[in-house]
Design a protein around this ligand. Structure first.
Ligand SMILES: C[S@@+](CC[C@H](N)C(=O)[O-])C[C@H]1O[C@@H](n2cnc3c(N)ncnc32)[C@H](O)[C@@H]1O
Length: 246
């Protein structure tokens, strides 16, 4: 039987121009000295003002990726992120995986991609190997069109679309849910969005996000997840980790 290559990830529509949102954005410094972006149109920061680096490491790398690898004993991981933004969660995950010799396949969904120039002003090169940073900035424009290798073990693709327009035939090990807070973007935290993104997670897969609410817990339970309430990043008492039941 001949198996033809088919595109695994795709967007039903790509409606947003790279430049439309970028003039609303300012780089600001958070409490741990790391930078984030403030989106004046939404009235929201891309990361916790208590520390962008601390939040990304705590919520996504440690509670998501490291937890999944420790539980499963896997030597590879696939991650789907909602709200790719600056790519900080990708960069720290890629650096972690390279350090631990883990193969990583990473897909970010982003409705309003930043320009590489904006990313280059974040200062995130301090937290990762220089080679990864250089390759990332160079490959990012291509990653918006197709999957690229940022090193021998790491593949990245950024799907330029709204979450609800994203589709894939692939199932992922981990979901990083990093949408703007519900007060600014309530639809991202409602059942259609949570159910849509959850459908791309493998049984046994891990869903992590920086926030926790009764509503989110109820929705995920109804979708067949078991819920863990764990300590949050600085500035947040708790965060949510949910495991898709087998
Ligand atoms: C809290 S920020 C994410 C920060 C990002 N993870 C980082 O490390 O920089 C939320 C992101 O979601 C994006 N976004 C907003 N609405 C979206 C949608 N409907 N679908 C996908 N991404 C969306 C925003 O443009 C923004 O980049």
């Amino acid at each position: 039987m001949i198996i033809h290559h088919i595109e695994t990830n795709s967007c039903k529509t790509q409606t947003h121009d790279l430049s439309t949102m970028n003039h609303e954005l300012q780089i600001v410094t958070t409490a741990d000295g790391s930078k984030t972006i403030y989106n004046a149109q939404v009235g929201e920061h891309y990361h916790s003002r208590h520390g962008a680096l601390q939040e990304s490491l705590h919520v996504f790398v440690n509670a998501g990726l490291d937890y999944f690898l420790a539980q499963s004993g896997a030597q590879e991981a696939s991650i789907l992120e909602v709200g790719f933004g600056t790519g900080l969660n990708f960069l720290l995950s890629a650096a972690y995986c390279t350090n631990h010799q883990i193969k990583l396949q990473y897909t970010g969904i982003e409705a309003y991609p930043l320009t590489a120039e904006m990313m280059s002003q974040t200062g995130y090169e301090q937290y990762i190997p220089t080679a990864l940073w250089d390759t990332y900035l160079q490959q990012y424009p291509d990653a918006l069109k197709n999957e690229v290798n940022t090193d021998a073990h790491t593949k990245l693709q950024v799907a330029h679309c709204q979450l609800m327009d994203f589709t894939t035939i692939q199932l992922y090990d981990i979901i990083y849910f990093d949408a703007f807070a519900a007060v600014h973007q309530p639809e991202m935290w409602e059942l259609p969005a949570i159910s849509h993104v959850s459908s791309f997670l493998k049984p046994g897969g891990v869903f992590v996000t920086y926030a926790i609410t009764g509503n989110l817990k109820r929705m995920l339970k109804s979708l067949g997840f078991s819920i863990q309430k764990i300590p949050g990043a600085p500035g947040k008492r708790e965060m949510l980790r949910a495991i898709r039941e087998l």
